[in-house]
Design a protein around this ligand. Sequence first.
Ligand code: NAP
Ligand code: MG
Length: 402
Amino acid sequence: MDKIKMTTPLVEMDGDEMTRILWKMIKDELLLPFIDLNTEYYDLGLEERNRTNDQVTIDSANATKKYGVAVKCATITPNAARMTEYNLKEMWKSPNGTIRAMLDGTVFRAPIVVKGIEPNVKTWEKPITIARHAYGDVYKASEMKVPGPGKAELVFTADDGTIVRELIHEFKGPGVLQGQHNLDNSIESFAHSCFKYALDTKQDLWFATKDTISKKYDHTFKDIFQEIFDANYKAAFEEAGIEYFYTLIDDAVARVMKSKGGFIWACKNYDGDVMSDMISSAFGSLAMMTSVLVSPQGYYEYEAAHGTVQRHYYKYLKGEETSTNSVATIFAWTGALRKRGELDGNDALVTFADKLEAACLKTIESGKMTKDLALITTLENPTVLNSEDFIKAIREELEKTL
Ligand code: NAP
Ligand code: MG
């Protein structure tokens, strides 16, 4: 069989720990034997980010703007413990945060639904896709510890020198302060991405904030969504038979738990971070969650929703056997390869992506799975495979269809 050719490079962002190990296994077993893989490689592993003063992250985001499609491995976001572990020059920012800020896109996360892994919430029949706003709020906040009594104010100095002040609090003793911001432009991009994705996938769109408490900040999100919907999407939604629905975040949470699924839930940055972990765990496993960042310019970055699976990596380093689920990382690759194929008119690449995804599902449905899934499956007597053998089992299924 001739290997599938690629005309345009895919931006490849390598990462850290256990997912870096899986990354190589996936390439060696599932991609390189079948595709003349054409990637522009960026090593986002923590050591390389530290060596390049994080320039490699910026370069990889710029490459994504150049080529349009990227696939990313999970990466470490440094904390105090990582500073010592990796002897870091600085506590580098989250690469995901940096890339999201540069692409100003929206992250869509949807569970991979497979027979034998049933959601914990009995009413959920279809996947719930979380659309997470990828800019600002607490992720771009300035913070301060207040040492003692004093007055805290919000001060805005306009370019013409006009000053607007707003009292935050008269401190009688020590405390803490935080300044958050967002941009109309970014909220508009978020809204457009959500409405477009809802139309693409023919699903209702829900959006929720806390606008009753946050009468200016959150209310701006609500207003921008409504204005953009009324001006651009209302007719198309009616034609598609789908709905845009706004409610309060606490009401949304209550309704989600009673819903049947099958809709997109648009969330502000923090809500999306938290709720996507809740949705993915309730649907089965963090390892069964796909994630794609879509920019308003139409740049796509695919990744797994989970982290670097540190605990498994330490076992791997000790030479112990691991059973780490590679499905979300494989789906990051298939998502990126499919999108690359669609943009380049490369049908062979699109078909390959479909077949590889189907092979993953078939492997699990045949009872072969990693430990995380074996613990929750409704299938009887599942076969628990280690990290490598699971990927090899997928390859066997894949080869049957090629
Ligand atoms: P994590 O890597 O998502 O893993 C948390 C736990 O979830 C694991 O210990 C494991 O449970 C289970 N799990 C997650 N993915 C799995 C998989 N593919 N197969 C089997 N089990 C899986 O989160 P973390 O341990 O909190 O974070 C580790 C590092 O990842 C951190 O440095 C963090 O900064 C980074 N991170 C990166 C991203 C990203 O790049 N997108 C996202 C989140 C976190 P058991 O141990 O019980 O088996
Ligand atoms: Mg999170």
